[in-house]
Write a protein that binds this ligand. Structure first.
Ligand code: WTA
Length: 654
């Protein structure tokens, strides 16, 4: 193979495979024939999935595809909130618990579906009273408390488009999102609890609204009780307005293609993109994927997705998917290390969580903290584990399986994006024999392929670009107000085909391995090497919990690999130079000498976005001795300073 013609080298191999247990397979929601069934007639398959929802008026046409613009379930009329809440009460399940809410300080609330219906109805009546309707956009800027979900559902109920802005974002970020969507209402809270203290949100809203906007009101939930500056005439306490409303509300129904929400994804430097989704197709795929990928049994499962509502994972797998499927969930307001590093495990034990959906960044953090925290709690109620957000390194996958899952839970590594709206590539639990680190294959109904730079499919054993060549129901309908940017960003690299920037490879069995963003691919002596493979090789060394690698300019090889690693708690290892030498040799042994890092830095933290993705761009600045670029989307702004200082001192020693 000539390295130069490959879009991405295929370096690592994985021989471990975990077939489903027969006990799990027997009771699974998914069955192997789903693939053939969907292949036979894809649109009929999606019709069937859409039929699981409550429609006010059935659609006339399944798909109208004027590439790159899709309409699904054309002519249908539907209400998202009715599907998420009312139907369960109507079916006699009003007493079922929708949410076990756990506040960070330890306060709890239990909310049944009947209670949720009353809360959403009151909130919908409240929004109507202050003049919000289906022509409006509503910005929601809240901590993870039940009112955030009630607010989303109330908007959906009256056809107002919600735009949730993550509560950790700055006033500037909030303002630009309010302006871009031209929101007329902001729903927020006085503050929330994080890392053992109350933080304030309302002052950031006040700051943002000094900018030019059409916001007429700010609706404020009292969460912390802290002193809150008040703008008479504009600001309204949630409890003053909502509590006195009628707990019944007669829903209207909206066109299947009416927008349900806008969610901004931050590009690395450019202006955030307002990805928007519409009701019918989005709900169809949210409900279907949640049912088959998480094997949900509404009567018995206790499901916990650890994402925030500010991300797409919170939208699809905490709000719409699980509620449509009528299941019982845990939601937790705070951070995983408050008041101790076992908090998540304590909550699993407390509520008897059966299904856990989380991100590799948290799994690797747990590995770093050490096994003693999970080992202190009873996690045996767990029966299925999920991962999302980044490639999961095989060793982190194995740790998740053994230490959290007690070798007893299938793991679903789910690939998708804000843009795809719902899971696209994932094992089916009970059907798929999983490989640690692979998302395996597209779900029934989805067509995903790996192609080379000319758009030609690569064979097994080769790497390239991940593309989606058939429209899917929960696909983004565009970038809010930016049609040209939508075409340019997603549909121009391979004309008529969706490409959203990920590299992937097919192994010898045709299983898909996600290889990170193609912007991060390194070019070492003409070989294109994915950051993911080198990072996974580093994490497969026992003493390493987490790793990030970048390609830094190098006179000899074009680029050379610079690695940043975090050590694992409680593991013995060589020190300093000896460790670095062992690690370099380990990488060479695992995936080849070409991938040997030029330099390895031991650090305590890595720069991550607030949704937990490693920001390699900043590490590259450090590795190339540049001033660190725009770091405003970092979860912890101090991290880069510590890393740069550490790197300087390690160079001095060389
Ligand atoms: C990455 C999150 C590997 C990928 C739902 C994608 C993943 C981006 C996986 C979207 C996975 C997400 N394996 N990479 N299982 N899941 N990604 O919009 O690069 O926050 O393009 O959506 O995360 O991130 P977003």
């Amino acid at each position: 193979m000539s390295g130069n013609s490959e879009s991405l080298e295929n370096l690592s191999t994985e021989n471990r495979s975990f077939p489903p247990s027969s006990a799990f397979a027997t009771q699974a929601n998914a069955s192997a024939d789903l693939y053939a069934h969907a292949d036979k007639d894809r649109l009929a398959f999606w019709d069937e999935q859409a039929s699981a929802l409550n429609w006010h008026k059935k659609w006339d046409k399944t798909l109208q595809w004027d590439s790159p613009f899709a309409q699904w379930f054309v002519g249908g009329q539907i209400n998202a909130s009715v599907n998420a809440v009312d139907r369960h009460v109507a079916e006699g399940n009003g007493d079922r618990i929708a949410f076990h809410f756990e506040g960070e300080p330890g306060d709890t609330r239990t909310i049944s579906y009947a209670q949720l219906l009353a809360d959403v109805s009151k909130a919908a009546n409240a929004l109507t009273e202050i003049g919000i309707n289906s022509e409006d956009r509503v910005a929601i800027y809240m901590p993870l408390i039940p009112e955030a979900i009630v607010a989303m559902l109330a908007c959906a109920r009256i056809g107002a488009i919600h735009s949730v802005v993550f509560g950790g974002f700055s006033a500037d970020a909030l303002l630009s999102r309010i302006q871009d969507a031209d929101a007329t209402l902001v729903i927020t809270a006085d503050g929330g609890f994080r890392k053992g203290a109350a933080f304030a949100l309302k002052p950031l809203v006040d700051e943002a609204l000094k900018g030019e906007t059409n916001v007429a009101n700010v609706l404020v939930v009292k969460r912390t009780g802290q002193e809150t500056a008040w703008n008479e005439g504009r600001d309204i306490w949630w409890h003053d307005l909502v509590n006195r409303q009628n707990p019944t509300h007669t829903p209207e129904f909206f066109d299947s293609e009416h927008p349900l929400f806008i969610l901004y994804t931050s590009g690395t430097t450019a202006k955030p993109k307002g990805i928007f989704h519409t009701i019918g197709g989005y709900l169809t795929q949210a409900a279907y994927t949640h049912k088959v990928v998480f094997d949900i049994k509404a009567e018995t499962d206790i499901y916990w997705c650890t994402a925030d509502v500010g991300w797409i994972t919170g939208h699809t797998y905490m709000v719409y998917g699980p509620l449509i499927n009528g299941c019982t969930q845990v939601i937790y307001e705070g951070t995983p290390d408050t008041p101790h590093k076992g908090r998540v495990f304590e909550v699993i034990e407390k509520y008897g969580v059966t299904i856990l959906y989380t991100a590799p960044t948290l799994i690797r953090t747990w590995m770093k903290w050490g096994d003693e925290f999970p080992n202190k709690f009873n996690l045996t109620t767990l029966r299925l584990l999920g991962s999302v957000g980044e490639p999961i390194n095989p060793e982190a996958w194995m740790w998740y399986r053994e230490v959290i899952g007690g070798n007893n839970c299938p793991i679903v590594d789910t690939w998708w994006q804000t843009e795809t709206g719902a899971i696209m590539i994932s094992p089916l639990p009970g059907v798929t024999a999983t490989k640690p680190g692979s998302a395996m294959r597209p779900l029934p109904g989805i067509s995903a392929k790996v192609v080379d730079d000319r758009g030609v499919e690569v064979g097994n054993g080769h790497g390239g670009f991940l593309i989606l060549d058939q429209p899917w129901p929960s696909m983004l309908r565009g970038i809010w107000g930016e049609t040209e940017r939508y075409k340019e960003t997603y549909w121009s690299r391979f004309p008529g085909i969706y490409f959203a920037g990920d590299g992937a490879k097919l192994d010898d069995d045709g299983a898909i391995w996600l290889m990170g963003r193609v912007d991060d691919v390194m070019n070492i002596s003409g070989h294109r090497i994915s950051t993911t493979e080198v990072e996974s090789a580093l994490v497969s060394y026992e003493a390493i919990a987490e790793a990030a690698v970048v390609g830094a300019a190098d006179e000899l090889t074009g680029q050379a690999i610079v690695a940043f690693v975090i050590l694992r708690g409680g593991t013995a290892h060589a020190d300093g130079d000896a460790l670095v030498k062992e690690l370099r040799n380990h990488v060479a042994k695992e995936i080849g000498a070409i991938a040997k890092p030029r330099q390895i830095m031991v650090v305590n933290e890595l720069p991550k976005t607030r949704s937990g993705k490693i920001m390699r761009r900043l590490l590259k600045d450090v590795a190339e001795n540049r001033a660190v670029g725009d770091a405003t989307t970092l979860a912890d702004p101090n991290v880069m300073k510590l890393i740069s200082e550490g790197l300087k001192s390690s160079k001095d020693e060389d």
